[in-house]
Design a protein around this ligand. Structure first.
Ligand code: HEM
Length: 231
């Protein structure tokens, strides 16, 4: 691509397959829905006034469950794609940086404007750690959500999972703990989401690359550096 066509783009690469991009946005939408409905379920503040036959709380719970089962499906697919999908190789390459002290130092220094972020895989070590943690929260929210679910729905999936989820419940020290852990996952997302959005925009500006575009187009690009611009 020549410079006039590319508008000063130095390097362009395909990063995310369509499947991973779609799964990202599905999870972004349903996690938002789950946090909003979960917040309400934890402390129902709406009342239907005089009539009690509107079942507002039940409606919020049923939306919560719709979003919840979409999250479980999308989460399982994403875990599969992490190991076996088209982007898997470069995602797994990030593990090399994750366990390298040198890569950690390079990333942290680059965040303080000292040098560039050079990495072997798709993610920097701190980025990889935070995405792994948020995936752990998705798994924890899903499992604890299912434990809460089997106590209300005894047929279908609820019936199928009943015995295994009761086991998880006892490992977690009882239903009250399960509920507390489920509740805490919500705060994990509430903390992660603003930091995630901030960091995506910050790193796009800091490293002059298509950080925000990646999840829409799949492509990342790096802008040409001006002469005498500091590395
Ligand atoms: C981002 C993920 C999720 C968040 C943030 C979230 C949040 C919450 C919160 C805050 C509560 C209220 C807990 C309390 O009483 O303090 C709740 C309840 C519940 N959640 Fe989730 N949840 C998530 C995923 C799921 C999933 C995947 C399922 C399973 C399908 C699920 C099923 C339930 C059930 C059954 C309840 C109890 C409803 C009731 O008491 O009537 N949740 N959730």
């Amino acid at each position: 691509m020549d410079e006039t066509q590319s508008g000063g783009i130095e390097h362009i690469s395909f990063v995310y397959s369509i499947a991973n991009r779609i799964l990202h946005w599905i999870r972004a939408i349903v996690i938002t829905g789950l946090v909003i409905t979960g917040f309400y379920i934890a402390s129902p503040f709406l009342s239907s006034g005089a009539s009690s036959d509107e079942l507002i709380y039940a409606r919020w719970v049923s939306w919560h469950l719709v979003f919840g089962f979409i999250l479980i499906t999308a989460g399982l697919l994403r875990i599969y794609l992490f190991f076996f999908g088209p982007d898997s190789k470069s995602e797994l390459n990030s593990l090399k940086d994750e366990f390298s002290l040198k890569s950690w130092i390079i990333q942290l220094k680059s965040y303080f404007f000292i040098g560039e972020l050079l990495k072997k895989g798709m993610y920097g070590p701190l980025q990889f750690l935070s995405y792994t943690m948020i995936m752990f929260f998705v798994v924890l929210a899903s499992i604890t959500g299912l434990v809460l679910y089997i106590h209300v729905y005894h047929q279908g999936i609820g019936g199928m999972l009943y015995d295994s989820m009761r086991l998880v419940e006892s490992w977690m020290g009882g239903l009250a703990n399960v509920r507390l852990i489920h509740h805490i996952t919500m705060w994990g997302f509430l903390i992660f989401i603003p930091i995630h959005i901030y960091m995506v925009i910050w790193s796009a500006i800091r490293f002059k690359h298509g950080g925000v575009d990646i999840m829409f187009t799949g492509y990342d690009y790096h802008l040409k550096k001006k002469e005498n611009e500091e590395k």
